[in-house]
Ligand binder design. Structure first.
Ligand code: ATP
Ligand code: MG
Length: 524
């Protein structure tokens, strides 16, 4: 293929066929004119490529279109028309193709010349798509065009869904609301995007809409205190929404280490599972048999051993156990409920709470965060038979159920998360797992997620990983993730019957969190 899109060289020879045979002539001008004509002809041919679609099964279609003034977009919605028929579809693959065409005969200026023969390669758009609404019959050479915003809006209106969460707008049909199917939250959901892509903000949007439009209870493991103010309405929220939201969140309990009274984040040793207690004390039931027995006895009373216990006890394990708990700093942890009644784990089951935010970020050490996260996961799993539907939200999931847990408590937390991911659904335990490091979350949690909310991902390795795990999502749409802007996402799975590109709307509640102020950049 000659370099047709470059300028004509200043000097060149032209092969001209004359009556005496082929002659090589120095004729830069003639070449330039020939190229110009070539380009003009090629452009007209390319412009003449019609946007035509063909489907053999009435469900998937292929198409071609001109690159000149191309309006079709990957993930965008299209109308396919043939005579009276009209189908509604979505573009799921779009690429540039070079199609070799026939040989062109470009007449030369030279009176003796028979002309310049050249093969022309046309550049055009080719793609594939899915028919979303149609009569199911095959079609061939049907005209394809982008759907108007009204047509997209009309289609979303026709979708039969019981409760729609209005979380933003369709990125490729601005102004058309993007509604997530609330019923889709009975599957586990994976929310993934690089740091700063807007995961936590968007997660807040989703949770707010769930609180407003459904009765699903929500439990949030909140490592950065991002949802501590989920019940506080932002200034500027329209009064009707603000009132409805306040009513919906009146019974949200935010448990934080700094709170006093019933909202203090607190657990009881006796409430956490035996394996967690042993892991906390680094006890082996066989090697440390006496201490283990003493622990079991004390735990029946639901407390840590005290100095008085040791004095009063003649059992061999008592002193050793107290010493061990003291040495490990366990007795001093601020997270124990001690004499305060109730606990955060008890609040998880309190039906009068619409939701519980477990403010892990308020705890002083990662060890306490892991302990509480494990306690919550273990508690939900232990009481699974109660079958009370709840959405368990795990933000920064790579720290709660990592692929490679670094200590026994995290290993137990991961084990519980994996169990809930595998079997929780039948008990009404639905997960929403969020991370910026998909490869660092335990694979058995991710692979159980049927819904994907994918935000910007810059790492090619992460994008490949997402593609391999979420093979039900058209790969070319996942490919778009590096180009997403803040707050843009691809949603697929039961939440959205067709994979949609969406732009999240605004929060109703205050963001908690502690973004570091950027005032230092001003030099002052
Ligand atoms: N849709 C949005 N509209 C306006 N601001 C947004 C939107 N989404 C995110 N932001 C802002 O962008 C910043 C980063 O968002 P966010 O904290 O949600 O990112 P993240 O993906 O959770 O990051 P990290 O992985 O570091 O936790 C925040 O200051 C947030 O307020
Ligand atoms: Mg975040």
């Amino acid at each position: 293929m000659p370099a047709l899109s470059t300028r004509a060289p200043a000097r060149a020879t032209l092969a001209v066929m004359t009556a005496a045979g082929i002659e090589q002539r120095d004729d830069a001008d003639a070449i330039a004119r020939g190229l110009e004509r070539f380009r003009a002809v090629r452009r007209s041919l390319e412009e003449a490529v019609l946007p035509l679609a063909t489907s053999l099964d009435g469900r998937r279609f292929t198409f071609q279109a001109s690159l000149h003034g191309l309006e079709l977009q990957l993930g965008g919605y299209v109308v396919i028309e043939q005579g009276e028929r009209s189908e509604f579809g979505q573009v799921l693959d779009l690429s540039l193709e070079h199609a070799s065409g026939t040989e062109l005969d470009l007449p030369s200026d030279d009176p003796g010349s028979l002309g310049l023969k050249t093969g022309v390669t046309l550049r055009l758009a080719r793609g594939e798509g899915a028919v979303i609404e149609g009569d199911g019959a095959p079609f061939h050479d049907a005209i394809l065009r982008p759907a108007t915003a009204e047509e997209v809006r009309a289609w979303t209106g026709r979708l039969r869904r019981k409760a729609v969460l209005d979380v933003g707008e369709l990125a490729l049909a601005p102004g058309v609301p993007c509604g997530l199917d609330a019923g889709g939250f009975d599957r586990h959901t994976f929310l993934c995007g690089q740091s700063g892509s807007g995961k936590t903000y968007s997660l807040g949007v989703v949770l707010e809409r769930l609180l407003l439009s459904t009765g699903l209870r929500i439990i949030v493991l909140d490592p950065n205190s991002d949802f501590a103010r989920i019940a506080s309405v932002r200034d500027g929220t329209d009064p009707a929404t603000a009132d409805a939201y306040r009513a919906a969140t009146a019974s949200i309990a935010v448990h934080s280490a700094q709170a006093t009274g019933e909202h203090r984040l607190r657990i009881r040793l006796g409430e956490i599972g035996a394996a967690t207690q042993a892991a906390l004390l680094r006890l082996d039931p066989i090697a440390d048999a006496d201490e283990h027995a003493e622990l079991t006895r004390l735990l029946e009373e639901g407390r840590m051993p005290t100095a008085e216990d040791v004095e009063a006890s003649d059992r061999p394990g008592a002193r050793a156990l107290q010493q061990r708990a003291h040495n490990l700093g366990i007795t001093e942890l601020g997270v124990w409920a001690r004499e305060q009644p109730g606990s955060t784990l008890a609040a998880l089951h309190d039906e009068s709470n619409r939701g519980v935010v477990v403010d892990l970020g308020s705890l002083p050490t990662p060890e306490e965060q892991s302990l509480v996260a494990e306690a919550v996961l273990g508690e939900l799993w232990r009481r699974r038979e109660e079958r009370r539907p709840v959405l368990l939200v795990i933000d920064e999931a790579h720290n709660v159920c990592p692929a490679a847990p670094e200590n026994p408590i995290l290993a137990l937390a991961t084990e519980h998360a994996v169990r809930i991911a595998a079997e929780g659904r039948k008990f009404g335990l639905y997960m929403l797992v969020s991370t910026q490091r998909p490869q660092k979350v335990h694979e058995n949690v991710i692979t159980q997620c049927d819904n994907l909310l994918l935000m910007r991902l810059n790492s090619a390795a992460d994008a490949r990983f997402a593609q391999s795990v979420f093979s039900f999502v058209p790969p070319r749409l996942v490919d778009q993730a590096p180009a997403f802007r803040l707050g843009e996402a691809l949603v697929a799975g039961k939440l959205s019957p067709n994979p949609s590109l969406l732009r999240f709307g605004s929060r109703i509640s205050e963001e908690g969190g502690s973004d570091i102020p950027a005032t230092w950049a001003g030099g002052g």
